[in-house]
Design a protein around this ligand. Structure first.
Ligand code: EPU
Length: 334
């Protein structure tokens, strides 16, 4: 059976099971353990962060758990439980319409709500973990339910407990968000305030709908639409390096973009490093580096996962030779 993925890479699996409730998931797991106990199991969302290097000789599970339930509300906040199979951007649009704020900057990021909690998606100065209160999941081994409060999810830049020690062990079924009833735009990310002014809008009267529109405009201008050209968004993580390393590089490349990160560290822009290494817009067979954002690798048509991997390795080698930095993919290789 074919596995959908935004890279548009042909990949088959032995069996694809979509479930729309926790009960259906538990039933599917019982069946899998009985009939296919020897096959590996992979849980996916919309396939927006996956690179298939070949067919997957196992069972693929996919969530279609829907639902947006208001759990609690006071004067300033709401707590909302959302099914992991909801499309994240649809939820953001609905939240804004209902007057629940905090996720505007994450507009148009592809993928489902469950994957957003696993990847700790982020854009324009906001990360999913800023608004996540709790994550609920079911053990793929025995169907037991587990809940993790935000601190237990070990969130950091594009990292979570679900991507690391719990990888492959749980299916996320619901994510609880804590959103504000008062719109406070987060505009500190470089260029965002300017983009708002360029759109003819005033920061003092900005609404959440307007901010969402501006963010969508920026993404459309820079990032390729997976429906037109296969891609998985940012292919690499922005590297976080020791302060001394950043200082050495800044002495050589004073215009290098850099951002404060955790204690004693600095985050660099992988897109800039890749562009400086001469890869922006370049192809290697059917795989290419996007010409408007070098952090995005694209399938020009008919690429295999290995074509993309070859391009990834060539970029890593050149960036390492030039800057002494080991880029790490953000995309999961399967
Ligand atoms: N830059 C270049 N050349 C490029 C791309 C970027 O010089 O080809 C420079 C830009 O001029 C800027 C800096 O690098 O000075 C950062 O660029 P940008 O603001 O486009 O953001 P990014 O760091 O490349 C990250 C996220 C994106 C997210 C944007 C906006 C990661 C891995 N990527 O990209 O997330 O949309 O910030 O917040 O953190 C995604 O994860 O799929 C994704 C698109």
């Amino acid at each position: 059976m074919k596995i959908d993925n935004t890279f548009g890479i042909e990949a088959q699996c032995r069996k694809l099971i979509t479930y729309d409730s926790e009960e259906a998931l538990r039933k599917a797991l019982a069946r899998i353990h009985k009939l296919y106990a020897d096959l590996p199991l992979l849980h996916i969302g919309c396939g927006s962060n996956l690179l298939f290097l070949g067919n997957y000789e196992g069972i693929v599970l996919k969530s279609d758990i829907k639902g947006i339930n208001l759990l609690q509300e006071d004067e300033s906040e709401v707590t909302v439980e959302v099914g992991a199979g909801e499309v994240c951007d649809d939820f953001i649009a609905k939240a804004i319409r209902r007057g629940w704020y905090g996720m505007e900057n994450l507009s148009l990021i592809p993928g489902q709500v469950g994957a957003a909690a696993v990847q700790n998606i982020g854009a324009y100065g906001v990360e999913a973990c800023d608004v996540i209160d709790e994550v609920k999941g079911i053990s793929l081994k025995d169907g037991a339910e587990h809940r993790w409060k935000r601190v237990e999810c070990k969130y950091a830049y594009r990292r979570s407990i679900f991507k690391e020690e719990l990888w492959g062990k749980y299916a996320i079924t619901q994510v609880t968000f804590r959103l504000s009833k008062h719109f406070e735009p987060k505009l500190h990310y470089g260029g965002l305030a300017k983009a708002i002014e360029q759109a003819g809008l005033s920061i003092s009267t900005l609404t959440a709908e307007q901010l969402r529109k501006v963010i969508i405009g920026i993404r459309h201008a820079k990032l390729p639409d997976p429906k037109e050209q296969g891609n998985a968004g940012s292919f690499f993580k922005n590297p976080v390096v020791p302060k001394e390393k950043a200082e050495q590089l800044l002495a050589l490349f004073p215009t290098m973009p850099h951002y404060p990160a955790e204690e004693g560290k600095v985050k660099l822009a992988a897109g800039w490093l890749i562009e400086q290494a001469g890869w922006k817009g370049r192809s290697l067979g059917p795989a290419a580096v996007h010409d408007r954002q070098a952090l995005v690798l694209v399938n020009k048509g008919g690429a295999t996962g290995q074509d993309i991997q070859r391009l990834c390795e060539a970029i890593k080698k050149d960036v390492n030779e030039r800057f002494g930095i080991a880029l790490e993919p953000e995309v999961n290789f399967i």
